[in-house]
Structure formats: structure tokens, C-alpha cells
Design a protein. Sequence first.
Length: 73
Amino acid sequence: MNKKELIALLKDMAELDLTDGSVISDHPCSVAAKAIEQCIDDINFLRDIVNGKVEGKSKAAITMLKMPYNPRW
């Protein structure tokens, strides 16, 4: 399963699981889909920094590179 298939599946699950009055953006599957998309975007941005496609002194690059990384698993 690729990224697009996983995100589509999560969004479909959220739509099917909604009850009256629920907001789709608050559903756990919608939140997970957004988190996966952001994670992939961050990885691609870091690759661009490493490959020199993004100036390492840009505000976005400095912010991304100075963020603490502390996995909890």
C-alpha cells in the first residue's frame, strides 16, 4: 500500500464512521491522514535541504533543523 492509498483509506473510513453532528476533521482517521501527509512533507523538505535545493539558512530550514527529535517508541 502506498501513501495515496493509505490516506484515501483513512479518509474513507472517517466518512463512513461519522455520526450525526460529528465533524470529519476531528475523526481520528482524518487526524492520522493529516499527520501522515505532514510527516511525508517534512521528510521531503529535509531531503531538499540536504540536496541543496533549499537554502540551509532560510527561516523554514533553520526552524526544521533546530526542532528536537525525540522518538518515544
